[in-house]
Design a protein around this ligand. Structure first.
Ligand code: ZN
Length: 485
């Protein structure tokens, strides 16, 4: 049948790249085009301006989640599914059986492996990801294809690469090196070139991870992986995921609209331009052999100093204190032992050991009366007890799974979370946290801007169509057919 389909979408590219910039909100590409390097051309490409002018561009794609953050966002990108099925409901949730925190990619059975072997017990894996990714489907359809995934953040690399990737690497700051885990390399060995691909020593402090240096080091490592794994250079279709975590580290310190973000975006722009030039030389056919997608895992709010705006109440909320306040309210009303039903809380989701009608009613009343709370969602046995209208209801239904909290406070607009006095968090379903660019560039795609509705879960099935493979197992996305040639 394939011969009947004469579209260029099926002239398959040897390399597909999914490039994610963590916290790269929808308006970066549209609002700050003035700071980008010139767009250039296919032989001598610029960065963002090149991609935006040559691609099928959805400036306002949505993650459609109740709680937008790195883990769920990267899982949406790779699976085309939503948290109620892919299982990555938050970065961290509470396990009701053990009453312990569970990090989304934490896995005690998968030690971290660096270039000299095991470096840390109690490691990471994609075991909590319940569905297949686009990379998994490519490996199932075409075992000789190679899938690689890279990010400074472990959860970004792991949730993009999925279960069957050939190489999933992230940065481990304790030992200052790129690592993987025993999940991917059961024998505990990494390729010899990993030793030479160690990051610059100057990356080895937390400040550096929020700087342009970390952006440069991420792209440098990605080029190493492409060269060493010969991605896109073997007559097969290969897939590379790359997520730039540093943008988010800086954003959490200064807020998404701060002038200090320009330095990061300029560095990303230059690095993308150099990366495209590298691909143009390395891949047979140059950039005509590369389909590339640019998107983000979530956005982030503008930071407003607490309490300074009297016209519209904005400002941070201490996420840890919100949990302690609920606990204190329960202790006052029911005593210490019944208050222990509250196991913990994260991102304004509160987890309870079991259902107790009086306790749940009291917490709902307590939260409803707080000035920053728009509404309170209550779940009994995992089922929402209220009928939440319109889009917010859809975000809630498709975001919440068995690992989600039982009672959830939805913050009002621009009442953002904080984990310390000078941090800004993105945990809401509001536009600033939910909207990201979605931009497809390459031989399969048109050069046109679309203001049609596009969702990030459309990315994986659209790429599946260009590769002629099945979409991931729980994908609910639409093939963005208007974007294809
Ligand atoms: Zn973040």
């Amino acid at each position: 049948m394939l011969s009947l389909i004469s579209t260029e979408a099926f002239a398959r590219a040897p390399l597909t790249v999914v490039l994610v910039i963590d916290q790269f909100r929808a308006d970066w590409l549209t609002r700050r085009a003035d700071i980008f390097v010139p767009k250039g051309d296919i032989k001598n490409p610029g960065g963002f301006a090149y991609l935006a002018s040559k691609g099928a561009f959805y400036p306002y794609a949505s993650h459609d989640l109740l709680s937008n953050m790195t883990g769920p966002g990267h899982a949406n990108i790779s699976t085309g599914a939503l948290p109620y099925r892919h299982g990555i409901v938050l970065n961290t949730w509470f396990d009701r059986a053990t009453e312990k925190e569970q990090y989304c990619v934490g896995d005690s059975a998968s030690s971290l492996i660096g270039f000299e072997g095991e470096i840390k017990k109690g490691g990471m894996s994609p075991r909590n990801l319940e569905v297949t990714t686009i990379g998994d489907e490519l490996k199932l359809a075409s075992p000789e294809s190679r899938v690689a995934s890279i990010a400074i953040k472990d959860r970004a690399a792991i949730l993009m690469g999925g279960h069957l990737s050939d190489a999933t690497y992230w940065f481990e700051d304790g030992s200052c090196q790129w690592v993987t885990s025993r999940f991917y390399v059961p024998k505990g060995n990494t390729p010899a070139w990993m030793n030479a691909a160690r990051p610059a020593q100057s990356l080895c402090n937390k400040e550096a991870l929020a700087s342009p240096l970390a952006i440069t080091e991420t792209f440098r490592f990605a080029k190493n992986v492409i060269a060493e794994m010969k991605l896109g250079q073997r007559g097969k279709e290969d897939l590379l995921f790359l997520s730039v975590s540093s943008h988010d580290y800086r954003g959490h310190k200064v807020g998404s609209n701060a002038p200090e973000m320009d330095e990061m975006v300029r560095a990303e722009d230059v690095e993308i331009s150099q990366f495209l030039k590298f691909l143009a030389k390395k891949i047979p056919g140059g950039l005509k052999g590369v389909n590339l997608v640019l998107t983000a895992d979530h956005g982030g709010p503008a930071a407003i100093d607490n309490g300074k705006s009297e016209r519209f109440r904005m400002g941070g909320l201490d996420e840890k204190k919100a949990v302690e306040d609920v606990r204190a309210a329960l202790e006052r009303e029911f005593g210490k032992s019944r208050a222990k039903l509250l196991v913990g809380g994260d991102s304004f989701q509160f987890f309870f050991k079991s259902y107790d009608a009086e306790v749940f009613a009291a917490v709902r009343k307590y939260l409803s009366e707080l000035d920053w709370v728009e509404r309170v969602l209550v779940r009994i046995d995992g089922n929402l007890t209220q009928d939440i209208p319109a889009d917010l209801g859809r975000y809630a239904r498709q975001s919440l799974g068995s690992r989600s909290g039982d009672i959830i406070a939805v913050p009002k607009a621009y009442r953002f979370g904080q984990w310390g006095p000078k941090t800004i968090d993105h945990v809401t379903a509001n536009s600033y946290d939910r909207l990201v660019p979605l931009l497809f560039v390459g031989p399969a795609f048109q050069a046109k801007t679309f203001f049609l509705t596009a969702r990030v879960q459309d990315l994986a099935p659209t790429l599946a169509a260009t590769l002629g493979i099945l979409p991931p197992s729980a994908s609910e996305g639409r093939i963005l057919s208007e974007a294809l040639h």
